[in-house]
Design a protein around this ligand. Structure first.
Ligand code: NIG
Ligand code: FE
Length: 393
């Protein structure tokens, strides 16, 4: 979607010129054709397909061991997510499976998930750690994530999710864990070039605002940007915390106050909607989208791919759910997986729209109108991808 008069910034019968890995020109095909002929530039005619920016999944926990189907079954037999977490299941059970898995096993399973996302036009993917919860295990997750970006034609942004859950060995030493995550593990992993951002799960079953603030302050001292898991199960003031830390994004936000929404808008923090988790946990109250919209908070949409709350490898399905469950418009859902998702990763000036100078990451669709991307359930109309200026097969 380049700039244009129609909603979505549509240019009909348009053309895009690519030089190297960047977009060099965007405009009407009639002019583009003449320019190409005059300069001997090869032309690829995509004959009636729609072209959007490559999709961006800005919140995933893609690298993990095992799965949690037994918890899916327990929840449908009446247990809650919090009950299961408090009984030592939930994130803890994935931590055990992840620590026990081999590097190769983690990498193969994560690559398979990445490929499914990529088949739907995803060209940039955020991957969080958070299932290791000690230095060597977290390092492995971040290395697997970096490996995906090297081995597959997709860009990976890594996030050190240092405060995800308190591991069993620190059960009686909470403060020591928070200190170690922020003062030792984060600086070490950042120095190894493994960390593009940090994240903390601010929730009654996870970490308090004070604990998250301490961890995020360590990141700020290192110049590492932040995301916050905020307001998923209750409002603990995590949106205000995220805004106060100038976080790139506050994610989930089923529970956020008007003050929290205003604080996010003022800070320019993106609200990342994660309807896959809301759906899987069969939550009752969706995020207050009207409040966020009125406050002027930019809305992104992501899969939250993880074994516990969102075993989802379809960003198109997340867009559908964001519309049907949360009331986003199809236009907001598409902006939320392109332009706004790029901003949620601090990449807004580099990708997420079809504009001159941006990276030539493009998805080609056999659709009749853009809303169709959010309309289908289990429909994949992606028929091609251009990644860094080259066709991806
Ligand atoms: O985004 N909320 C915390 N983290 C994940 C769930 C992780 C898990 O249950 O394994 C989420 O929903
Ligand atoms: Fe998450």
């Amino acid at each position: 979607m380049a700039q244009g008069a129609e909603p979505y910034g549509v240019i009909r019968d348009g053309a895009i010129a690519v030089k190297g890995e960047r977009i060099a020109w965007v405009g009407p095909a009639a002019i583009g054709g003449r320019l190409a002929a005059a300069h001997g530039i090869p032309v690829r005619d995509v004959e009636g397909l729609w072209i959007t920016p490559g999709l961006i999944d800005c919140h995933t926990h893609l690298v993990y061991g095992g799965q949690r189907v037994e918890e899916f079954e327990q929840r449908l037999n009446g247990a809650s997510y919090a009950d299961i977490a408090q009984a030592g299941g939930g994130i803890q059970s994935t931590v055990r499976a992840t620590r026990a898995a081999s590097f190769e096993g983690l990498a193969a399973a994560a690559a398979a998930r990445a490929r499914r996302l990529m088949s739907e036009g995803v060209t940039t993917l955020e991957i969080k750690s958070g299932y290791g919860l000690e230095l060597a295990a977290e390092r492995r997750l971040l290395e697997v994530a970096r490996g995906i970006g090297r081995e597959l034609p997709v860009s990976v942004r890594t996030t050190f999710l240092g405060l995800h859950a308190l591991p069993e060995e620190f059960r009686t030493a909470r403060q020591a864990f928070v200190d170690r995550a922020g003062n030792e593990w984060l600086p070490a992993l950042a120095a190894e070039g493994l960390v593009d951002a940090v994240d903390a799960f601010c929730e009654s079953i996870a970490f308090s605002p004070a604990e998250c603030r301490q961890f995020l302050a360590s990141a700020a001292r290192l110049g590492v940007p932040a995301h916050v898991h905020a307001g998923q199960l209750s409002d603990m003031g995590a949106a205000e915390l995220a805004a106060g830390c100038r976080a790139l994004s506050a994610d989930h936000l089923e529970y956020v106050s008007a003050d929290g929404a205003r604080a996010l808008a003022t800070a320019g923090t993106v609200a990342v909607m994660l309807p896959g988790a809301f759906y899987t946990l069969r939550q009752g109250d969706p995020p207050p989208v009207a409040l966020l919209r009125e406050a002027g908070v930019p809305l992104a949409v992501a899969t939250d791919c993880n074994p516990g709350t969102s075993p989802c490898t379809s960003l198109l399905l997340a867009m559908n759910m964001a519309c049907t469950l949360f009331g986003l418009t199809p236009h907001e859902a598409l902006a939320g997986t392109t332009r706004v998702a790029a901003r949620a990763l601090g990449l807004g000036s580099d990708r997420g729209t079809i504009e001159v100078g941006k990276r030539a990451d493009l998805a080609l669709w056999r659709i009749e109108r853009p809303a169709e991307l959010s309309y289908g359930m289990g429909a994949n109309s992606c028929v091609g991808v251009v990644y860094r200026g080259n066709s991806r097969t």
